[in-house]
Design a binder for this molecule. Structure first.
Ligand SMILES: Cc1cc2nc3c(=O)[nH]c(=O)nc-3n(C[C@H](O)[C@H](O)[C@H](O)COP(=O)(O)O)c2cc1C
Length: 320
């Protein structure tokens, strides 16, 4: 069996990588002595992620996951990141002289998960933040400082019709949804009660949303998450230079390493990308964090010890 076959047998584990809206945009093309990582344009988020920041971060996380799985299996594999827009390829996995050096395992990838419910109170220890950052520029902000910004970003998200429509497309608010076990965001992953899930589905329904929007539904939906940051916890912000898609893919790799490092310490994350997707809240947060010239904010997420065990998110099984 070649290393390509060995990696193929383990594709399911690679697919545990995180992706925005759980779109799982990756596609693997197996060659004789290489594996190409492409993306599926049907799984892009053109309205919520017009700059493709989250697309390339997610694909970077996937590349990192492939390297971890390969290393865990003792396969010497490296990644050559080079985004080719015409081919929709982000990277090529190639044979290497030695296995990829990583502190993480396939089991760690399996254990990692986002948690969107309540966390234990307490700010993250700066020493832990520095350890998991492992050289990346990771800033710590008290949750409470972002309460108003999250509400403003949520109002913007729920109040922008194309963004709300795209979110609706990826929501799986009832176990009866035909893609519930495959992709997207389930009611359980979002820790919504039955009533909350039904309410969200009703407000976002195509026939209802335009009127609900005029009647102030976005503010109401934003109010529902107002309590989320009202505790003594930490939000972490990944900052870096991202001149082009290759840089974003590399930051996506770093982002997964940070999330795995936190997970190893029993800490989960809850990404709050809407704060970066709304120009006003993104600018205000950047003004507070003042990234170096040429650098920008790449990912924003709450991190801490969840009070309840988060659910395991769904994935599309590999085509064998
Ligand atoms: C780049 C990126 C951006 C994300 N943004 C958000 C977000 O704004 N809100 C959120 O709840 N989850 C966000 N997520 C988390 C995904 O929804 C999550 O990874 C996916 O649903 C799979 O779940 P899991 O990470 O628990 O396996 C993001 C993930 C990535 C990689």
């Amino acid at each position: 069996m070649t290393w390509v076959d060995e990696l193929r047998r383990r594709e399911e584990a690679c697919r545990r990588a995180p992706s925005a809206h759980n779109t799982q945009p990756w596609m693997l093309r197996y060659r004789e002595d290489a594996v190409d990582v492409h993306w599926d344009p049907a799984r892009e988020l053109p309205d919520s992620d017009p700059t493709r920041r989250d697309l390339f971060l997610s694909l970077g996380a996937f590349v990192e996951a492939c390297l971890i799985v390969a290393a865990d299996a003792g396969l010497p594999v490296r990644a050559e990141v080079a985004v080719d827009d015409a081919e929709r390829r982000v990277a090529r996995l190639l044979p290497a002289g030695a296995a990829y050096a990583t502190a993480f395992t396939t089991a760690a990838l399996e254990r990692r998960r986002c948690a969107r419910g309540a966390y234990e109170p307490g700010e993250l220890d700066p020493a832990v933040v520095a350890e998991v950052a492992a050289g990346a520029d990771l800033r710590r902000v008290p949750c409470r400082a972002l309460t108003g910004e999250l509400a403003a970003a949520d109002r913007h998200m729920f109040g922008t019709p194309v963004v709300a429509a795209e979110l609706r497309e990826w929501l799986r608010l009832s176990p009866r949804h035909p893609r519930y076990a495959l992709d997207g965001l389930t009611d359980r992953a979002m820790e919504l009660s039955r009533a909350e899930a039904s309410g969200l589905a009703a407000v976002l329904a195509p026939g209802v949303y335009p009127l609900a929007r005029r009647l102030g539904a976005p503010a109401l939906l934003a109010a529902a998450s107002r309590g989320l940051l009202r505790y003594d916890g930490s939000v972490l912000v990944l900052v870096g230079r991202a001149a082009g898609p290759d840089d974003l893919v590399e930051h996506g790799r770093a982002l997964l390493r940070v999330w795995l490092g936190l997970s190893q310490r029993g800490l989960a994350v809850h990404p709050l990308s809407q704060i970066l997707d709304c120009a006003a809240t993104a600018d205000r947060l950047a003004a507070v964090l003042s990234p170096a010239p040429g650098e920008r904010l790449l990912a924003v997420f709450r991190a801490g010890r969840p009070l309840r065990e988060p659910v395991r998110s769904s994935r599309i099984p590999p085509v064998q």
